[in-house]
Design a protein around this ligand. Structure first.
Ligand code: SAM
Length: 238
C-alpha cells in the first residue's frame, strides 16, 4: 500500500514512523509512507500557506492553491492506483475498526491534514472524496488523526504483525471487546491466573474467553453487545 500524507507539519511524524510496528511495516515493504510538505507547493515569495478568513473571525485558513498543486503533483508523480483523497476533519464520518478494515484493502491512500481553523472549502468541494473524524473532540491539526489511521490500517496489512491472528482476534474485529490476558508468573502477589488457562484444554479456554468477552462487552458497550447477539441469532451456524 502507498500512503501519502499532505501536511503543513511533517516533523510531527518523526518518531511515529521510526518505531515499532510502523517501522517494521515500512522496512518490510508492506507500506510506503511519503510525507508531502504543503509549504513546498506554495509559489509566492514567502511560501505562504494560510491566510485570514473572508468575512472575518478568528483563526487562519489553509489556502487552496498549495494544496491543489500538491495533490495534483502527487497523483501524477506516483501514478496512484486509486485517486481517493481523504480529509481528516471533525465533520467527517466517525472512524472505527470497520473503516480501518475497508482502508486496509485499498492500494493507496492520500491523507490530507487540516490545521489552524481548517482548510479552504474549495479544497473540500473539488478535491476531497471522503472526510474522516477520529472522534468528537478537536485536535490542533489532522496529523495525529492521520497517525491514528495509518497505525490502525498498517497493522492489518499482511506481514506486518508477527501473527495476523493477533489483529483478527482484537476488540471490535470479533464484534466484541477483548477478553482478559495473563502472562507469567502464575501467582503475582497473591493474584492467581484463572485455572482454566493452565490446563491446556483448548475448547474450555476458547469458551472461557468468549464468555469473558461477552460479559465485558455487555457491561461496557450495550450497543456492540446487542449487535453481536442479534447477528448470532440470525446466523446460528456461525
Ligand atoms: N474549525 C474546525 C472545526 O470546528 O471543526 C476545527 C479545526 S482543527 C483546530 C484543525 C484541524 O485539525 C482540522 O482541519 C482537522 O484536519 C484536524 N482535526 C481536528 N479534530 C479532528 C478530529 N476529531 N478528527 C480528524 N481531524 C481532526
Amino acid at each position: 500500500m502507498q500512503i501519502h500524507v499532505i501536511t503543513a507539519f511533517p516533523k510531527t511524524f518523526d518518531g511515529f514512523l521510526d518505531e515499532s510496528i510502523l517501522k517494521r511495516a515500512v522496512s518490510g515493504g508492506a507500506v510506503t509512507i511519503t510525507l508531502h510538505h504543503i509549504r513546498d507547493y506554495a509559489t509566492d515569495r514567502h511560501q505562504q500557506i494560510d491566510d485570514y478568513p473572508y468575512g472575518g473571525g478568528p483563526g487562519m485558513i489553509l489556502k487552496a492553491e498549495p494544496i491543489f498543486r500538491c495533490v495534483e503533483q502527487v497523483c501524477e508523480k506516483y501514478a496512484l492506483p486509486e485517486r481517493k483523497i481523504t480529509l481528516l476533519t471533525p465533520a467527517g464520518q466517525r472512524y472505527d475498526q470497520k473503516k480501518a478494515v475497508e482502508l486496509s484493502l485499498r492500494q493507496s491512500m492520500v491523507l490530507l491534514c487540516g490545521h489552524y481553523k481548517g482548510v479552504d472549502q474549495r479544497v473540500i468541494d473539488e478535491l476531497v472524496d471522503e472526510e474522516i473524524s477520529i472522534g468528537d473532540y478537536v485536535l490542533t491539526g489532522g496529523e495525529l488523526a492521520a497517525m491514528v489511521i495509518i497505525d490502525s490500517v498498517a497493522r492489518l496489512l499482511p506481514g506486518v504483525l508477527g501473527d495476523i491472528d493477533s489483529a483478527i482476534t482484537d476488540s471490535f474485529q470479533t464484534g466484541l471487546l477483548d477478553h482478559p490476558h495473563y502472562t507469567r508468573p502464575e501467582n503475582f502477589r497473591g493474584n492467581l491466573v484463572p485455572n482454566v488457562l493452565l490446563r491446556g484444554n483448548h475448547a474450555a479456554i476458547s469458551e472461557w474467553r468468549l464468555q469473558q468477552a461477552l460479559q465485558i462487552t455487555k457491561e461496557r458497550r450495550q450497543d456492540l453487545y446487542k449487535q453481536y447477539i442479534e447477528y448470532e441469532k440470525s446466523n446460528p451456524s456461525c
